[in-house]
Design a protein around this ligand. Structure first.
Ligand code: HAM
Length: 418
């Protein structure tokens, strides 16, 4: 038997209604926030992620699905959505569209990570990216869109943590302070941290090694190094969040795992799904478009992991809306009555009614059992006498009541009795 690859999952027909609910809610939220869908390829040139996500990140150094295609190009399956959307923004000249350009996507992503609860190698993100506005109200609006999404899913068990990681100016000061702090500890830190010390000391804050974590806990905090502009921006973001009634805590240790961020960063975190508790993360990335060769276009966005959201909803007993069931099951008894049931079922489908009938030559009893398992709201048997009278009893399964209905009137009855 061939199994599904490690770190990937099937979504089976009996589970897909949960996904449809989460994705449908994402689309509803996108609509009210006036975000338009953008679809970019699942694979991109490797260089896009190296330059966009950052050479010193775990994602780029350890987790990318990279391969050479038959034309000798280095190709990578997207580990996240932002870089591809930024590439598309530049390549398609979207800077000339009315700004801010507000976009969203629902996409599979690929990271070669050690699988555990809520951490997969193929996972899915709902993300939004807003290009063109440097203003702090945009930061608050993007965070509010994320919190609205979680609310509409019925998720209560998350807390919002925010931070500012400043701009190039404050980062230069902060990096100096980090280096001073870390230098005497380097011998006790992991090889990756030692490497990051030279290239990007901010990344050391993100290290998951227990020994390093103890050392980074006492490292200088970026909030103490913000330049006046970044500090004012952060204060305004907090003010706008309060105006919208969004609860948050400031967590100066959030630096995010990707290199493109500047100023505001944020995460929605839950304690109900184990170690991988971040269900949604994002932030401002004012330097990414110019880093990728576009103009000086500020941007901000977030992405939420759909598997983690569904896991959180299951673990906290959020009720998903009922999956759809056929409105009627039409049973036949022999070839000619089965044909009639088949015809009626398909004519109902043309009118938009979910209808089902037998495809397994089963007995009427077995057909009813199947109809019951499907959750059909009404059932009807078509036999000889029904063929002669041109009418059948529609049985309402919830209470057993029957309604004698001419074949031609079944659609009207079902339309009026949902
Ligand atoms: P990220 O924090 O790397 O950010 O991922 C966003 C979300 O994707 C995480 O909070 C988590 O829910 C989900 N996720 C990440 N890795 C996995 C995994 N291996 N298995 C399951 N779920 C996972 C980004 O990707 C940024 N592009 C977000 C962003 C958009 N920032 C600005 N715009």
């Amino acid at each position: 038997m061939i199994n599904v690859p490690k770190g990937t999952k099937d979504v089976l027909p009996e589970q897909s209604y949960k996904w449809q609910f989460v994705e449908g809610t994402a689309r509803e939220v996108a609509k009210v926030f006036n975000l338009k869908e953008i679809r970019t390829p699942v694979f991109e040139h490797t260089e896009l992620f190296q330059r966009g996500v950052g050479e010193t990140t775990d994602v780029v150094t350890k987790e990318m699905y990279t391969f050479e295609d038959k034309g000798g190009r280095s190709i990578t399956l997207k580990p996240e959505g932002t870089a591809g959307v930024a590439r598309s923004f530049i390549e398609n000249g979207l800077v000339n569209s009315p700004l801010p350009l507000k976009s969203f996507y629902i996409t599979p992503c690929y990271r070669y990570e050690r699988p555990q609860a809520g951490r997969l190698r193929e996972f899915h993100q709902f993300g939004i990216e807003v290009f063109g506005s440097p203003e702090p109200d945009t930061d608050a609006e993007v965070i509010f869109a994320a919190s609205t999404f979680l609310d509409k899913l019925g998720i209560k068990d998350t807390r919002l943590e925010i931070n500012s990681i400043g701009c190039k100016t404050c980062r230069a000061e902060y990096n100096k302070a980090l280096k001073e702090y870390f230098r005497p500890h380097l011998d006790n830190m992991c090889a990756t941290c030692r490497e990051r010390f030279d290239k990007n000391p901010l990344r050391m804050i993100d290290c998951k090694e227990e020994g390093c974590k103890k050392i980074t806990a006492k490292a200088p905090k970026i909030l103490d190094y913000l330049c006046p502009d970044c500090a004012a921006h952060f204060e305004k973001v907090k003010g706008y969040l309060s105006a919208l009634g969004v609860d948050y805590t400031v967590n100066p240790d959030i630096v995010r795992g990707l290199d493109y961020y500047s100023r505001t960063v944020f995460e929605f975190v839950s304690t109900s799904i184990g170690a991988q508790g971040t269900v949604c993360g994002g932030g401002r990335y004012d330097g990414l478009i110019s880093e990728l060769g576009g103009g000086n276009v500020p941007a901000i966005g977030f992405a939420a992991g759909l598997e983690r959201l569904i896991l959180l909803m299951e673990n906290t007993s959020v009720v998903f809306p009922e999956p759809s069931a056929p409105q009627i099951y039409l049973a036949g008894m022999d070839d000619s009555t089965r044909l009639k049931a088949f015809e009626i079922a398909n004519s109902l489908r043309l009118k938009g009614v979910s209808a089902e009938c037998d495809h397994m030559s089963r007995s009427v009893k077995a057909q009813f059992k199947y109809a019951d398992k499907l959750g059909a709201k009404y059932t009807a048997v078509i036999g000889e006498s029904e063929m002669q009278s041109g009418a059948c009893n529609l049985k309402r399964m919830s209470d057993g009541q029957t309604f004698l209905t001419a074949f031609a009137d079944i659609y009207g009855f079902l339309r009026d009795n949902k």
